[in-house]
Structures are given as C-alpha cells and as structure tokens.
Design a protein around this ligand. Structure first.
Ligand code: SF4
Length: 260
C-alpha cells in the first residue's frame, strides 16, 4: 500500500509543473532545466506521435497563406514561386490577397514582364518590402525566360541563383510546386524543432541540414505546414500556450523561459 502510494505520488509530480504553466508563471531556470531533463530531447519515435496529434489538431486552424495559394498551385511552380517571394516578412492575409491580384494579371513570366515596376508595386502593395520584391520578381522572370525557357527550374542550385530566392523559397517551390522532396525551414520550424530538442541548432539553415539527416522522408513535405500552423496558433513565439498544448507531455521546452 505504501509503495503504491509512493508510485502514485511520483507519477503526480510532473503535474505541479503543469500547474505553474497554467498560471502564466515564468519558470526559474533550474525548473526549466529539470523539465528538460525529465522529458529529454524528442526522438523520432516520439516525433511521429507528436506529428500525428498535430496533423489532427491543425485542421481547426487555417492553413498558412503560401499553403493556401499552393493548394491551388500544385504542379504550378510559378505561382508557388511568386507567392513565396511575396510572403517573406508579410502577414498571411496580405500575402494571399497580393498573390491573387498579381497572378490574375501575370500568370506567367512573360505576362509579369509586360507590367511596369510601378504596376507590380501597386498590385502587391502592402506586402513588406514591396519595392524590393517587385524588382526581384522582374529579375526572376527575366532569368526564367533567358535561362530556362520561361519555366521554373527544378533544382535547388538553379533556384538559389534567382533574385530574392533563398533556401526557404527554393524548398517550397520544390516541395509544393513540383512535389519533390525538400524541407522548408522558416523561423517557426527552426524555433519549434529546437524547443522539442529534436535538433540543437543556431540558424534555420543549420536546422534544415540537421533535419535532412534525421527526419523521416515521409514527413519532409508536410513538416513546414504543420509547424508553421502550430507556431502561428498555439506554440507562438515569445510566450507559447503550453497550458493548452496537446503535446505538452512530450515537449521538453528546451531553453524556453516564458509561456502561458
Ligand atoms: S506550446 Fe509549449 S508545450 Fe507545446 S510544443 Fe510549444 S513549447 Fe512545447
């Protein structure tokens, strides 16, 4: 009886930590460390469970803008490329509306080059850095016509040579536009993968290469959509909603100082 009671108490102990989350308490560093040690870094078996739970959960939330546009742009890499260039440092709703306006007038590189810089700027305004993005879109379309017969290239190296295209954009074009394998790592994917202890990296680029080594290929195409949606709605930056999180029991919250 005594032994059973002790076991029950030991099982209950982690709940005290959960209680402090629900109060919005900032945990002391020592407690955060204990939490990290108790749960430990996430391994692939746990990650599989976590992704299964989140896949169900995110149906309740909206799909990120690039995903929304891309859903209708499967096998249409030009649309994916344009909407991803527009999405950088811009809110989803703004990106979605701007992509629709621009792609309705410019569904291919030739059509986009028939527009003036000012017209493109007016169509995509108010996306962030709209002047730079308009210029990059023109440079990208010129390169597509000059080097690839007006088609979007299907290789990471060639995509990275286009103006305004970084690894995140290139990975999205490959995965969404062409259906190839790639891992698109943005700030949410980088942040959450590290919170889970699944990787221990300093930059999104390091995270991409670490994930390429350990993440099962079947998750590559969906990992971005799941983590971005999760990161926008619940595991938000600065102070995530750990008290409402369906995977809290699996998450060591590596380095997390503040949460609700
Ligand atoms: S919300 Fe909290 S518990 Fe859930 S994944 Fe993010 S950091 Fe972990």
């Amino acid at each position: 009886m005594m032994l059973n009671q002790k076991l029950i108490e030991r099982k209950k102990a982690p709940l005290r930590v959960f209680e402090s989350w629900s109060l919005g308490v900032k945990l002391k560093d020592s407690k955060t460390r204990r939490l990290e040690e108790r749960i430990g870094p996430m391994d692939t078996a746990t990650l599989n469970k976590v992704l299964r739970i989140l896949r169900r959960q995110i149906r309740e939330w909206k799909v990120p803008a690039v995903g929304v546009v891309a859903e209708r742009a499967v096998d249409r890499p030009f649309e994916t490329l344009v909407s991803t260039i527009l999405s950088l440092r811009t809110k989803d709703k703004v990106t979605e509306a701007a992509s629709r306006r621009l792609l309705a007038r410019a569904p291919n590189p030739e059509a986009l080059l028939s527009l003036s810089l000012g017209e493109i700027e007016r169509l995509i305004y108010p996306v962030g850095f709209y002047h730079t993005k308009a210029k990059n879109l023109i440079g990208t379309c010129r390169s597509l016509l000059r080097n690839y017969g007006g088609r979007v290239p299907r290789s990471m190296e060639q995509l990275l040579e286009l103006p305004g295209v970084g690894r995140k954009t290139a990975n999205l074009v490959l995965t969404v536009g062409f259906g190839d394998y790639g891992i698109c790592v943005d700030t949410h994917v980088h942040r959450i993968s590290n919170l889970w202890g699944y990787v221990a990296t300093k930059t999104p680029e390091e995270t991409e290469f670490a994930l390429r080594r350990i993440l099962p290929r079947r998750h590559w195409k969906t990992f971005n959509d799941i983590l971005v949606t999760f990161g926008q709605n619940l595991c938000v930056p600065v102070s995530p909603w750990c008290s409402k999180c369906p995977i809290a029991g699996f998450c060591p919250r590596v380095g997390l100082k503040r949460f609700r």
